[in-house]
Design a protein. Structure first.
Length: 237
């Protein structure tokens, strides 16, 4: 893929999974802001477009062969990856983050009230929303996509029980937006995960967990918004 300043961020992320680490490092939104051009995204982030493109190009050149191309892999394989890697991550990490936050909140709630006071409710709601979201995907949408892919190979397309994929996908997209808004609130409240000088090990680990959660959810949503869902919609001409 030729890298240009008018290239869309989402297209670059989709064309090269290796570029995603660079986009994350530069603070570029490649999942919700995937329709932005590199120039637009860099203007919003206060980043030099040419420096970003140079780093992406260097990373793409140095990436070892063998990286899976999710644009070409069967949708069933992509779904398996999303569930086994990203859904499993959320199921394991969200309860851990919630417990760690409870410890930090109990210890520092008076000293750091402006930072810590809103976080328990945000994390509680985010955890509940994502659990319901993943359940709907795994029990309804993902199996239907897999069935449609199998049927498409035999030119026998069964009716989707919810009309067209666009209906539930639009709901999933809205829920992704809600999760993104929660992550944005956490980042702003913590001032980009700025660790107080008096923070203990648990406090520091909590902010590291928030950063890791954000990165994983960015990748997770990118795979669905920019690859899985468009390919699923293409199964219903």
């Amino acid at each position: 893929m030729e890298l240009r300043s008018n290239s869309k961020v989402g297209e670059i992320a989709t064309a090269s999974m290796a570029s995603i680490r660079v986009l994350e490092d530069f603070g570029i939104d490649y999942c919700w802001g995937g329709e932005q051009s590199i120039t637009e995204a860099c203007r919003s982030a206060g980043v030099d477009p040419q420096g970003l493109l140079q780093d992406i190009g260097d990373t793409m050149l140095s990436t070892a062969p063998g990286t899976r191309d999710w644009k070409a892999e069967p949708l069933a394989a992509l779904i398996c990856h999303i569930v086994s890697v990203h859904h499993e991550y959320l199921r394991l990490e969200l309860p851990r983050i919630q417990k760690r936050l409870a410890v930090v909140y109990a210890t520092y709630r008076q000293r750091d009230a402006s930072t810590l006071a809103p976080l328990p409710e945000i994390v509680f709601l985010l955890k509940g929303e994502l659990e319901v979201h993943m359940h709907k995907e795994e029990r309804m949408l993902f199996p239907a996509i897999e069935e449609s892919e199998r049927a498409a190979r035999g030119a026998n397309r069964p009716p989707f029980p919810f009309g067209r994929f666009a209906n539930p996908i639009n709901i999933m997209l809205a829920e992704h937006e809600s999760a993104g808004a929660s992550l944005d609130r956490i980042r702003k409240i913590t001032r980009n995960y700025a660790i107080p000088s008096h923070a203990c090990h648990t406090y520091r680990a909590l902010f590291k967990d928030f950063r890791s959660l954000e990165r994983d959810l960015h990748m997770h949503i990118h795979l669905e918004n920019n690859i899985l869902f468009p390919r699923a919609l293409a199964l219903q001409p």
